[in-house]
Design a protein around this ligand. Structure first.
Ligand code: SAM
Length: 159
């Protein structure tokens, strides 16, 4: 599979999973956290499927498309490893982390802190969606929407 095909499949998986969790998330109170604002594409999608819900986005710096940039009070800059700690206990209904790089050595470092952070920010019953696997006993894998291949993107419920 070419990198282009792989990229398209990852984005399709992202969108299909975010669409699939809408009902689950709508049954739970709490903000949505977007770890890795990037261009703001998934942030824009989250805004569309969760109208009225507070969405807090994180990135090292703001580099998003202007129309997909959160208001200042909902934009947190800096390294998520540190900036995310202030949000532990916030009781998020959904946390989406799209901070994988495709470089195993970099992602291995992210995986030393991201799973614990995801557990910490979610309310019980909250949903974790991630481009990297989150291996924590408090995160129960949920069946992926049909069409999303196992291992392409990851979906969990906080228990
Ligand atoms: N989902 C986004 C979209 O649809 O536009 C794309 C996210 S992009 C793949 C990943 C982003 O995560 C990058 O902008 C990068 O700066 C950010 N990122 C990765 N690791 C980070 C960290 N430890 N702290 C802060 N930002 C991080």
């Amino acid at each position: 599979m070419s990198r282009l095909d792989s990229f398209i499949r990852r984005l399709t998986a992202q969108r299909d999973i975010l669409n699939a969790v809408v009902e689950l998330v709508n049954g739970t109170e709490g903000p949505v956290l977007e770890f890795g604002l990037g261009n703001g594409r998934t942030y824009d999608h989250l805004r569309e499927v969760f109208p009225g819900r507070r969405i807090v986005a994180f990135d090292r710096e703001v580099r998003s498309y202007s129309l997909s940039t959160p208001p200042t009070e909902n934009m947190v800059t800096g390294d998520i490893r540190e900036s995310g700690q202030a949000f532990v206990g916030i009781g998020a209904a959904l946390a989406h982390a799209d901070i994988g790089t495709g470089h195993d050595n970099i992602d291995a470092i992210t995986l030393t802190w991201l799973p614990q952070l995801m557990v910490g920010v979610l309310v019980k019953g909250g949903i974790a969606v991630s481009g990297l696997p989150l291996d924590r006993p408090e995160l129960e894998p949920i069946v992926l929407p049909s069409g999303v291949k196992e291992g392409r993107y990851y979906l969990y419920r906080r228990i």
